[in-house]
Every structure is written in structure tokens, then in C-alpha cells.
Design a protein around this ligand. Structure first.
Ligand SMILES: *Cc1c(COP(=O)(O)O)cnc(C)c1O
Length: 354
């Protein structure tokens, strides 16, 4: 049976990427050695790292604009801390749009009284706050572009005169944005780029080196930049597989091309959620995420029937996050339109049955 993988993360990767990645575990670069047993300083791997870093800049249209790309470890969760260590001197502003922003705030608060410019906690994070002010004398402003758990997504980003830092873990490479607006972007690989184990950081170099504290080397962006993202042993498999996914995306026509497909998938998904009287969407309509559609059954008595139909149809990973419940259809770049079609069909079949 064909499986339709709606998992929120780690999540679906293109089948051709998985095939190539698995081949490299046995025989990388035709050297009869595994990717996992060669030096990360060997030319074949250094080439992988360089290709991955270059592809990121190419896809985000940031070549020659003063940005550096790093593939680090520790997940996006480590970036919550690293951002503060590297950029926070006096005070920073954070937009609280969900559990991930909340965690980012908690880590930064270790160093200072972070100012929450706005929060949607009052409505269980089902919308994106708007119309807030960002003090111009702060060190930076931090936001989360896509709220993976609650299914909301920022459609616009505030104009701000201070560095703009964004956690893009669950929607990077999914839609066209003017990425020059951002001074630091980070993303755990396992949502839309590769396997768990590496975290992408894209940083405008000129915002660094301005804090007075001593930064431990492993936490210092400048040190990682000076070593071309090879300060210590990088997670070779995660970087290699991410590189393959980035190549896959470039071959498809880049973000511009995938965005069209992502739009079609999301429109199909949300129109079923809205038209089918058995379901209701969780997120406020104008703020709905194109990546993670969150929804609930209006009558929970239908849960068992729906879950069985999903299982029989090969739908996998549809459970909502444990903090929200209900359902969540994650429609990352590698999820084919066909999978959304199958899910939507099951939902409408439930309607005829009920
Ligand atoms: C998954 C996720 C994280 C956490 O990533 P880890 O790599 O597990 O640390 C942070 N932010 C967002 C928006 C996420 O979706």
C-alpha cells in the first residue's frame, strides 16, 4: 500500500533523495567507502558541505549579499540559546506565536529580561498578532515564521530597523520571501530539508561581534563561519542528505516552483476542512499555515471511524500535536499533491457515511 506521510517532523523526504542517501551509506562517491566512515576533511565531503552551503544561498537568492551559511548541531532548540548568546547585549523583542517562540523566549531570558512585543497565548495561539511596535533601540527582534504545532504562519513580517531573526524551521524553502529582510534565519533540517541532526543557520555577517560577553567557541557563529562550518565534526549524513534535497529542489525549479504546488495542496486541504460539515479548522483563517493544516472533528464519536479510514487509506502521521489534539496535516515540500487528494477524499467519504 502506498503510504501518504503527513508527519510534522521528522517528515517526508523525496524518494529519490532517500535512495541516493542510502546508496551513499554503502558506497559514497564510488570509492567503496561509506559516507559514514570517511574523514569530514576529505575532499569529497568538503565538496558536499560547500555544495550544500552554496545551494542554500542560491535558493534563498542571497548570493553575494553578505550572508554566511552554517550547518550546525543541536537542533533549532540550540539556536534559541545561541541567538541570545551572540546577539543579546541589552534587550531583545520577541513575538510569541506558539510553543516554539515560547521556548525561544525562555532560553533568551537566561541572559536578560526579554520583551514580548505581542503574544497570541490568550487564544491558544490560533492566530498571529499584528500591529505591535518594535522598539528601535533593541538588539534584535525574533519571530517564528511558521507555527508548526498550532498551524499558523506569518504572511507578513514587520519592517524593523533592528536585526530581524527568524526561526524558519517548518517553512524554509516553501515560499518566496524577500530573504534580505532577515539578518539571521535558522531551521532544524528535519521539517523541510533533510533528516534530523543538523540545523541550518543563515546569518548576515555584519550583525555579529557586537556583544561584550565571552561566547564559548562551539556557540560562536563567528568561529563556525571562520572554519567554513567545519569547526568540529559536522553531522555528515544529515548534511549530505540535506544537500541532496536542496539539489532536488533546484532541479524542480526552486522555491518559485514548489510554492505553486504548496499553494495548490493547501488550498485543496483547507477547502475540504471548510466545506465538510464534520470538520473545523483550528487556526484563524487569515493566518493559516500552508505547511501544517490543523483541524478537528466536530463530533468526536466519529474519531474511530475516521482514524480507521485513514489507516486503511495509507494516511500516516495525521495526529495533532499532543498539546493541541485533533489532526494536523503537514504538507511539506516533498509531500505530493496526490497525498492531499487521497486525504481529502477520505474526509468527504466520511461525510457521506456519517
Ligand atoms: C520543530 C521545531 C523546532 C525544534 O527543532 P529541534 O530541531 O527539535 O530543536 C523549533 N522551532 C520550530 C518552528 C519547529 O517547528
Amino acid at each position: 500500500m502506498k503510504i501518504h506521510n503527513f508527519s510534522a517532523g521528522p517528515s517526508i523526504l523525496p524518494p529519490e533523495v532517500l535512495l541516493q542517501a542510502s546508496e551513499a551509506i554503502l558506497n559514497f562517491n564510488d570509492d567503496n567507502l561509506s559516507l559514514l566512515e570517511i574523514s569530514h576533511r576529505s575532499k569529497p565531503f568538503v565538496d558536499v558541505m560547500e555544495k550544500a552551503r552554496a545551494s542554500v544561498l542560491e535558493l534563498l537568492n542571497l548570493e553575494g549579499k553578505g550572508y554566511k551559511v552554517l550547518f550546525l548541531q543541536g537542533g533549532a532548540s540550540t539556536q534559541f540559546l545561541m541567538v541570545a548568546l551572540n546577539l543579546l547585549e541589552k534587550r531583545a523583542g520577541y513575538l510569541n506565536t506558539g510553543s516554539w517562540s515560547d521556548k525561544a523566549i525562555k532560553e533568551a531570558k537566561i541572559y536578560d529580561d526579554i520583551y514580548e512585543v505581542a503574544s497570541s497565548k490568550d487564544a491558544k495561539y490560533n492566530y498571529i498578532p499584528k500591529g505591535y511596535d518594535i522598539p528601535s533601540d533593541y538588539d534584535y527582534f525574533h519571530c517564528t515564521s511558521n507555527n508548526t504545532i498550532f498551524g499558523t504562519q506569518m504572511k507578513e513580517f514587520p519592517k524593523c530597523s533592528i536585526p530581524l531573526v527568524c526561526d524558519m524551521s517548518s517553512d524554509i524553502f516553501s515560499r518566496q520571501l524577500d530573504f534580505t529582510k532577515f539578518d539571521l534565519m535558522y531551521a532544524g533540517a528535519q521539517k523541510n530539508m533533510g533528516p534530523a541532526g543538523t540545523t541550518l543557520v543563515v546569518v548576515k555577517e555584519d550583525i555579529l561581534g557586537k556583544v561584550s560577553r565571552k561566547i564559548p567557541s562551539i556557540m560562536d557563529y563567528k568561529i563556525h563561519i571562520s572554519k567554513s562550518s567545519m569547526y568540529n565534526t559536522p553531522p555528515v549524513f544529515a548534511v549530505y542528505t540535506s544537500m541532496l534535497t536542496l539539489e532536488w529542489l533546484k532541479n524542480l525549479g526552486g522555491i518559485q516552483a514548489i510554492e505553486k504546488v504548496n499553494d495548490i495542496k493547501a488550498r485543496l486541504m483547507y477547502s475540504e476542512i471548510d466545506l465538510n460539515p464534520l470538520f473545523k479548522g483550528y487556526a484563524s483563517k487569515g493566518d493559516r499555515s500552508l505547511m501544517n493544516a490543523t483541524f478537528n472533528l466536530i463530533n468526536d464519536d466519529l474519531k474511530e471511524t475516521f482514524d480507521t479510514m485513514c489507516r486503511e487509506g495509507g494516511i500516516s502521521g495525521l495526529n495533532g500535536h499532543r498539546s493541541v489534539g485533533g489532526y494536523r496535516a503537514s504538507m511539506y515540500n516533498a509531500l505530493p499533491l496526490e497525498s492531499v487528494q487521497v486525504l481529502v477524499e477520505i474526509m468527504s467519504e466520511l461525510e457521506t457515511k456519517a
